[in-house]
Design a protein around this ligand. Structure first.
Ligand code: ATP
Ligand code: MG
Length: 335
C-alpha cells in the first residue's frame, strides 16, 4: 500500500468524520447529496478498488489474529444499510466477517443490561464484525420512543433525565475498553434526506417485488423525522471519539455511500496495518526440511518444486533456485 494512496483515502473521508467534541446539527452540517465532485461512472472503478483492498487487508487481519474490527452501521429506514453491506463486503472471505442485525430486543435480552446483547456479537481477533443497527439504537429509537425504556426494567433511580448523557458516557467507555484490547471500532451513519426516503418508500410500494421491504411502521417512524434528526445529532456530538469516530456518509446516492463506506473500512484497516506472521527461525528450519523431503519425492521427469518453477520470485524467498541447473534440452529430474 503506497503512502500516497493512504493519504488520498484519508483526504477523501476527512469531510465525513465528526470531529470529537464538536456540536453537530445534522441538517446544517452534512449534506445527504454530497458526492465530492465524483460521477457515478468513476464510482464503479473506485468501489472495485476499495473492495479488492478490503479483501487483501482482511486476509492479513485474519492471518495476524491480533486485532478485530467492529463496524457499526446506523441509518433511518431505507437508508441503504443492507445494500452497503452487500456491496462493500462482496470481495471478502465470508469466514472472516460476521454480520449481526439488531431488532426489537427479546425477553431474554431485556433481562440483561442494555449492552449485553451487543457484547455477544463482538468480533473475535482477526475478524470484521458488522452491526446492522447497533448499541446506538439504545440512544436513538429508545430515546424517541421512551416506552422502550420502560420495557428495559431499569431501577427507578437510574431512569432520570440524565440517562442519555450517562449512556453516551458508558458507550464511550465501552468502546475505549474494546479499542485498548485490540478491537477497533468505527461507526457509519448513512445520512438520507427526507425527500429521498419518501422516494424509496414509494418505490417499495410501487414495485411488487419490493413490497416485502416495506412496513407500515416505516411511515410511523417517518412522522418522527425531526425527533430522530435531533437524537442523531446529539448522539454524533457525544460519541464521536478519537478512538471510535463517527462518519456521516451521504446516502442519497447509493453508489457514493458505498464508496465512502468501503474507504472508511479500508482506512481503519490501514491504520491497523496487519502483517502476515513471521514463523521464526525454528519453524523456518522445519519448513526447509519438509521442502527437501517433498522435492525428493518428485517423480522422474517432474521438476523438484513445480510451484517454484512457476513462481521464481517465491523460490528466491526460500533461498533456493527455482530449477536445478540443466543443459539445454535436458529434462529435469529430482534425482
Ligand atoms: P429492514 O427494514 O431494511 O429489513 P431494519 O433494520 O429496519 O431492516 P426491521 O425489522 O424493519 O429491520 O426493524 C428493526 C426495528 O427494531 C427497528 O425499528 C429498530 O428501531 C428496532 N430496534 C432495534 N434495536 C432496538 C432496541 N434496542 N429497542 C427497541 N427497538 C429496537
Ligand atoms: Mg425496517
Amino acid at each position: 500500500m503506497s503512502d500516497e494512496r493512504a493519504e488520498r483515502i484519508a483526504d477523501f473521508i476527512g469531510p465525513l468524520r465528526v470531529k470529537p467534541g464538536s456540536k453537530v446539527r445534522l441538517e446544517r452540517d452534512f449534506d445527504p447529496r454530497y458526492k465530492a465532485g465524483l460521477k457515478k461512472r468513476d464510482g464503479i472503478e473506485l468501489l472495485r478498488t476499495g473492495v479488492s483492498l478490503l479483501a487483501e487487508y482482511q486476509e492479513r487481519l485474519a492471518a495476524q489474529d491480533t486485532y478485530g474490527v467492529l463496524l457499526c452501521l446506523q441509518a433511518l429506514d431505507a437508508g441503504g444499510k443492507d445494500g452497503t453491506i452487500r456491496h462493500v463486503m462482496s470481495g471478502v472471505n465470508p469466514q472472516g466477517v460476521r454480520v449481526s442485525s439488531f431488532k426489537v430486543p427479546s425477553a431474554e435480552e431485556l433481562d440483561h443490561d442494555y449492552l449485553w446483547r451487543y457484547a455477544q456479537r463482538l468480533p473475535t481477533r482477526g475478524e470484521i464484525a458488522i452491526f446492522n443497527r447497533s448499541h446506538y439504537e439504545e440512544v436513538l429509537v429508545v430515546r424517541v420512543h421512551p416506552e422502550n425504556l420502560v420495557r428495559q426494567k431499569l431501577p427507578d433511580d437510574t431512569r432520570g433525565p440524565d440517562i442519555w448523557q450517562r449512556r453516551y458516557r458508558e458507550i464511550n467507555h465501552w468502546e475505549r475498553y474494546l479499542t485498548d484490547n485490540g478491537f477497533k471500532v468505527v461507526k457509519i451513519f448513512l445520512n438520507l434526506s427526507k425527500e429521498e426516503q419518501r422516494t424509496r418508500f414509494l418505490k417499495r410500494i410501487d414495485r411488487p417485488e419490493k413490497n416485502w421491504k416495506f412496513s407500515a411502521a416505516d411511515v410511523r417512524e417517518r412522522r418522527r423525522w425531526d425527533d430522530y434528526q435531533h437524537a442523531f445529532s446529539e448522539m454524533l456530538s457525544a460519541t464521536s471519539t478519537k478512538w471510535a469516530p463517527w462518519y456521516v456518509v451521504p446516502a442519497d446516492r447509493k453508489w457514493f455511500g458505498r464508496i465512502c463506506a468501503a474507504a472508511i473500512l479500508v482506512h481503519t484497516l490501514m491504520d491497523i496495518d496487519p502483517q502476515y506472521p513471521d514463523v521464526g527461525e525454528e519453524a523456518r528450519k522445519e519448513l526447509l526440511v519438509a521442502k527437501r523431503d517433498l522435492e525428493q519425492e518428485a517423480p522422474a521427469g517432474a521438476p523438484a518444486d513445480p510451484y517454484a518453477d512457476r513462481h521464481p520470485s517465491a523460490a528466491r524467498a526460500t533461498g533456493r533456485r527455482a530449477r536445478p541447473k540443466k543443459k539445454r534440452g535436458q529434462g529435469v529430474s529430482s534425482k
